[in-house]
Design a protein around this ligand. Structure first.
Ligand code: ADP
Ligand code: MG
Length: 588
């Protein structure tokens, strides 16, 4: 007897169900996507018992006549593609024709549907993949699909479901994802009889985000100006620097309306925020990419979650550039008023310190520490301009930004029109130093100080390797160091900010800092990772000793590219609005 036999349709569907229908959330996803493919403008979603009780999606889409309603339950029945060639250009969510039969094979399934033209609708009942009844039904135009007792006949699958709380959070995520993919589609989501949200059709993604997550979260986002590069159109919302989360729950990528995961996209985000994230923090991103469907393969994963790009690196670079542009614009906008106020108000009180009354960012001879050269990078241009016109700005703007004083030489207190700003001096120094390192010796931002006599010494293999592997960056940071055979190094110079330190200790600490921060060895940000390790060597940073030093610090900080976080992503400044303060004191 042969052992090979053709599976019955029901068993085949159950097997397919294992791929398409992992859990209740996958059912909801498939049903919602079918509704969208049918042109629905509004969806009702109802869930009970973490999805194993009831899953119901009602739409106002095209509906189906009786013949189609029955066809829809056949395996590989789809109205969306006809030939394999169509696969390369699918713009619909579905195309495999597997979802409905798969779901119907592992549940008690009811399909109620009516196309606009028809007088009556059709109701179809299927239980465990067997057609139980087909009859006329009075119903509105559109489709309702109800799935009860999911996995009742496949105990093995049921056993693999997680806790109700976990399944529920997957369901929430699935609904959220569709809601964010299609802001124009109205949505009412109920769980166990309770409305979770009712989101009206929104012309913008921002409106939808606000409806789903509230004003506070949506205010912490930046709108990326829609841009097109190399046939990829990108739009969306991303976190303001500093407004990050401890999880990735607010990261959504959509390609041609389909929610996807892809390593090129997550890399783009990580790289764009590379200096702004503390370890373990993640930005919120809601990104829509629109591109030629032929440049994306979405038939990689049965649930169509992962996609493969034909030109992954190009997609990554385009997304990174878009996010960086949004962050840059936000930085410029953030700096404009602050810069005008600080420079205006920080002007020397009266004394002989006469010359131009305004503190200059660049080339200020009396500054106590090595001075920042004029910021070379484009984004800070508005900042330096603000310095020049500060006096005019004070007159125009009545509010001011006042240096109040220091708290234990650790923090500076500033008063602005919006409230109180606390500045961490150490973090500020680290930021300033880091950006000096970025401009490097060549940019005139760091000077090398020669040792009286070169020192030659050995380092343990790992440390030696770290130093030897980063000679270029070290040189640009002011180190005069070369490999001197075997495990030896020869040091002839140290950067100005490490002058007088023991070269061996410095390089040992550098290697240790590299090991700790685990700089990526290649790719975007590798050099910055090394510079971060160098920045950490400047351990003897002290708070400003007097008001002049305090002012100098603030001015140098505000000339930085990313003044609000240190190189490790920790905040440099904390703002407390008047409203926050009043609330804390119970004044409101
Ligand atoms: P696919 O979406 O891959 O085509 P499905 O099994 O999900 O496969 O659906 C099969 C077919 O049933 C679809 O191609 C579509 O024609 C029809 N269909 C499913 N859901 C709906 C709906 N809500 N409204 C109208 N037609 C639907
Ligand atoms: Mg489908």
């Amino acid at each position: 007897m042969g052992k090979i036999r053709v599976l019955t349709e029901v068993v085949a569907s159950q097997v397919a169900a294992g791929e398409v229908v992992e859990r209740p959330a996958s059912v909801i996803k498939e049903l919602m996507e079918n509704s969208l493919d049918a042109g629905a403008r509004s969806l009702e979603i109802e869930v009970r018992g973490a999805g194993t009780g009831l899953l119901r999606v009602t739409d106002d889409g095209s509906g189906m006549d009786r013949e189609d309603a029955l066809m829809a339950l056949e395996r590989h029945a789809t109205s969306k593609i006809a030939t394999a060639a169509d696969l390369s250009s699918v713009l619909t969510m579905g195309f495999r024709g597997e979802a409905l039969p798969s779901i119907a094979s592992v549940s008690e399934f009811t399909l109620r549907t009516r196309p606009q033209a028809a007088a009556a609708g059709t109701e179809t009942l299927v239980k465990g993949g067997k057609l139980v009844a087909v009859r006329d039904a009075g119903c509105a135009t559109g489709t309702t699909i109800e799935v009860k007792s999911l996995f009742y006949n496949v105990p093995a699958r049921r056993k693999f479901l997680r806790s109700d709380a976990t399944e529920t959070s997957h369901l929430d995520r699935a609904v959220e994802t569709v809601a964010l993919a299609f802001p124009a589609v109205g949505l009412h989501y109920q769980r166990d009889g309770r409305t979770i949200y009712r989101a009206a059709s929104s012309p913008t993604l921002a409106g939808r985000v606000r409806d789903l997550f509230g004003a506070e979260e949506s205010d912490a986002l930046l709108d990326m100006a829609e841009a097109e590069t190399g046939g990829i159109r990108i739009s969306g919302l991303v976190s303001r620097p500093g407004a990050t989360r401890s999880d990735r729950a607010r990261q959504f990528f959509f390609v041609n309306g389909r929610a996807v995961e892809n390593v090129f996209l997550s890399t783009a985000v990580r790289d764009a925020y590379r200096q702004m994230l503390e370890p373990g923090r993640h930005p919120a991103v809601f990104v829509h990419l629109v591109m030629d469907p032929r440049a994306v393969d979405c038939n990689v994963h049965p649930a169509k979650r992962e996609v493969r790009f034909r030109h992954g690196a190009a997609v990554r670079d385009a997304l990174r550039a878009s996010i960086e542009a949004a962050l840059r614009e936000a930085r410029a906008a953030w700096l404009r008023p602050v810069q005008a106020h600080v420079t205006a108000r920080l002007e020397p009180r009266s004394e002989a310190d006469s010359s131009p009354a305004v503190i200059r960012t660049a080339h200020q001879p009396e500054l106590p520490r090595p001075v920042l050269p004029a910021p070379a990078l484009e984004p800070t241009a508005p900042a330096s301009k603000a310095v020049g016109t500060a006096q005019a700005a004070t007159r125009a703007v009545p509010e001011e930004f006042r240096l109040v004083g220091a708290l234990s030489r650790r923090y500076l207190l500033l008063e602005g029109s919006e409230g109180l700003v606390l500045l961490d001096q150490r973090a500020a120094h680290q930021r300033i130093l880091f950006e000096r390192l970025q401009r490097g010796v060549a940019g005139g931002a760091v000077a090398s100080q020669r040792l009286l006599a070169p020192e030659v010494f050995e380092l343990p293999a790992r440390a030696h390797e770290t130093v030897a592997g980063n000679l270029d960056v070290l040189a640009s940071a002011g180190f005069g160091v070369e490999v001197f055979g075997g495990h030896s190094l020869k040091v002839e110079a140290l950067p100005d900010f490490l002058a007088g330190r023991d070269p061996r200790r410095v390089l040992e600490d550098f290697a240790a800092a590299c090991a700790e921060t685990g700089p990526r060895v290649h790719g975007v940000g590798a050099d910055d990772a090394v510079r971060r390790a160098v920045t950490r060597l400047a351990v003897d940073i002290e708070g400003a000793r007097d008001e002049r030093e305090q002012r100098a610090l603030v001015t140098q900080l505000l000339a930085c590219d990313l003044p609000y976080c240190d190189p490790e992503g920790r905040p440099v400044m904390l703002q407390f609005s008047w409203r926050d303060l009043d609330r804390k004191f119970g004044r409101t």
